[in-house]
Write a protein that binds this ligand. Structure first.
Ligand code: FMN
Length: 386
């Protein structure tokens, strides 16, 4: 465990900072974990050029998804088609007991796959859950089947150009820069089938900041739920390169601590440790600097509804990127485990969600600094039966 003394020694210019090469260690960044973003932006060569499915997959894997678990498996055994499966090992049973959020992530993947195919001159039929809807949890059946057809009339979606610039931004937003109604209204126009709303009203935003933080506290202090996140944290650039998924814990101080062996998953999980205590304000600042909120709900909550909500969510996020807005989901109060039940009911009331409707996404917005993209496994490592 990182004791207060070792931590202060480190911060105060002791052992590590004095060591030759410390600066280099502190500025270390992942060598390969972010390569898939660069690959997607490059003109296609090889199999990405000869097989439109691979071209489309190289974009689809850039989809936002819960805890960056990247739960997608693409089966290419059928010519001109992709069958999408959920990798059961990449589900999050504590924070997402009914796989609702996982399906939203797979919906984001589906929308990017179709957008990239359109950009390459193909249209795509998306057939959700072709072998039926698994309930109450996903099973081994496919999540979607995509059929590609050459189509000279396929139009490039204007949102497509933002795909490689999109980020989930967990940094502080600029509290001196309000978000204008017009920007938020244009952003919402990108949503196709979900009901969507926003607020930038100061009083309401202040209330939602506090409320969202209290939901975060429920997550952090419910040990089995928080442990699920700790288990998928990748601490420092070396770990991010080895496992380019999960929750990246990075930055100069983390690189130093990781190189010195002074930060561990055990410390991160221990809410009484200095590591945890020091990390808390870094999480809280994102709640305190939310400048607007937006949300999406669906009348039903079938698997098809969830997949469609995911397709809408990535559109909303790309539109926000186009507006120059930074975005981060706050999903804690939407999660379906018993300890969160009070917050789950309260947020529906605060946002006036209709009885019977399901709140699918809730995000904060504002203007943030530019950040690096999150890690990804290469697209071809997610392919089966090529
Ligand atoms: C359904 C869903 C829920 C999410 N919830 C949160 C959240 O509560 N907090 C957060 O910081 N990010 C959340 N995210 C964002 C993911 O963590 C993010 O997409 C992932 O780490 C990959 O990073 P990227 O979006 O920058 O590519 C969520 C994403 C999805 C699709």
């Amino acid at each position: 465990m990182t004791t207060r003394r070792t931590f202060l020694k480190l911060v105060g210019g002791g052992v590590i900072l004095a060591a030759a090469g410390a600066t280099w260690v502190a500025t270390r960044t992942p060598a390969t974990a972010r390569d898939p973003w660069l690959e997607a932006a490059e003109p296609p060569t090889g199999e990405r050029a000869s097989d439109v499915r691979r071209f489309a997959l190289s974009y689809a894997i850039l989809a936002p998804n819960p805890h960056n678990m990247q739960p997608w498996i693409a089966d290419l055994s059928e010519p001109d088609a992709v069958r999408l499966y959920c990798d059961p090992a990449r589900k999050l049973p504590e924070t997402d007991p009914y796989d609702r959020q996982t399906v939203i992530g797979l919906g984001c993947f589906s929308e990017l796959l179709a957008m990239a195919a359109n950009a390459a001159g193909y249209s795509v039929d998306v057939i959700p859950f072709p072998e039926g809807e698994p309930q109450p949890r996903l099973d081994e059946r496919p999540v979607a089947r995509f059929v590609f057809r050459k189509d000279e009339d396929a139009a490039v979606d204007p949102l497509f150009r933002h795909v490689t610039d999109r980020r989930t931004n967990r940094e502080a937003f600029d509290t001196a820069r309000p978000v204008a109604n017009e920007s938020l209204e244009r952003m919402l126009q990108s949503v196709r089938s979900s009901d969507a709303g926003f607020t930038n009203d100061e009083k309401r935003v202040a209330d939602l900041r506090e409320f969202s933080w209290s939901a975060m506290e429920v997550e952090l202090y419910t040990p089995r739920v928080y442990q699920e996140s700790v288990d998928v944290m990748r601490v420092g650039s070396r770990e991010m390169d080895r496992n380019p998924d999960g929750i990246a814990v990075d930055g100069p101080m983390i690189e130093l601590l990781a190189a010195a062996g002074l930060i561990s998953h055990k410390d991160l999980a221990d809410v009484s440790s200095i590591t945890f205590e020091q990390g808390l304000p870094l999480i809280r600042v994102s709640f305190e600097t939310a400048m607007a909120f937006a949300w999406m709900s669906t009348a039903g909550n079938t698997r098809r509804d969830q997949l469609a909500a995911g397709r809408d969510y990535i559109r909303l996020h790309l539109a926000a990127t186009g507006e120059g807005l930074a975005l981060q989901p706050f999903s804690q109060a939407l999660q379906e485990y018993p300890e969160m039940a009070g917050h789950y009911a309260a947020i529906r009331k605060k946002l006036a969600i209709d009885d019977g409707a399901t709140l699918q996404m809730f995000v904060r917005l504002g203007y943030g600094s530019s950040i690096e993209p999150s890690p990804r496994w290469p697209y071809d490592s997610r392919i089966e039966h090529a």
